[in-house]
Design a protein around this ligand. Sequence first.
Ligand code: ADP
Ligand code: ZN
Length: 300
Amino acid sequence: MRIGAIEAGGTKFVCGVGNELGEIEDRVHFPTRRPEETMENVIAYFRDKRVDSIGIGSFGPIDLEHSSPTYGYVTTTPKPGWSGYNFVGTLKSVFDVPVGWDTDVNAAALGEATWGAAQGLDSCVYYTIGTGVGVGVYTEGNLVHGLVHPEGGHILTRRHPNDDFAGNCPYHGDCLEGMAAGPALEARWKAKGDTLPEDHPAWEMEAFYIAQAISNVILTLSPKKVILGGGVMKQAQLFPMIRAQVGSILNGYVSAKSIVSDIEHYIVAPKLGDNAGLCGALALGVRALDSRTNVRSSIQ
Ligand code: ADP
Ligand code: ZN
């Protein structure tokens, strides 16, 4: 099988071709411009690739409701031209193949569940802590959409006692994203995250916020693995700090062995590393093809 994959990010697009084993054979990337120009690049890339299906993990918010007249659209985004853009429809008008469509973070969660850190498990959550904070949710073998899709990057957290930063989420001020995404870190400490030393107090504060989000997601969804990706999580010293704080917040209440005695293997980095996004899109493409095959075989 030849599966097309599109990691549609706010700053760059990555397109690739891979197979059902999660092996990526070819890839390209280009900056995200206005949708017409960006899609021209996407279409030109896939034109001669003869893919059997395409998976898209997209920046959002996006419409995932199959019965909606705007299914496959990017809904409301400040990115010029993308609000109300028919992403899936544009692609389908050129390529007559099944298209899998989901958020970038749901795609990453599916990729990790299929070939990465949560392989063999039927649930996981995937956080990206980068320019924003996003959460993908995979549970009982399915990606969660719900009413729109989970937006757990904007949950409210308790304020750190030494933190007087107001928060910079344009909607909520001091929500998780407003306090802990890369731009919040930079605004609070007046320095880019990658320039702060490992023992800087920024990291303890960062872990304080992320650990609250993870504790809440453990209490709400009981995932079998928590995967933390995105630029900010390149700071590997955050992992032990976050694990320790999750342990102290939960305080023994959730008595699962994974949390009480094996948290090093429970809260982890993406195993697919920087491929998490593209592999996620690949996994969506595989699913799109499988579901078409399943529909066909159930009709016959
Ligand atoms: P995006 O979220 O736009 O897809 P990234 O996941 O790379 O992209 O996140 C970018 C954010 O992460 C920026 O705010 C950047 O300052 C921050 N960042 C990137 N690398 C590091 C690092 N090594 N340490 C801390 N912060 C980083
Ligand atoms: Zn917010």
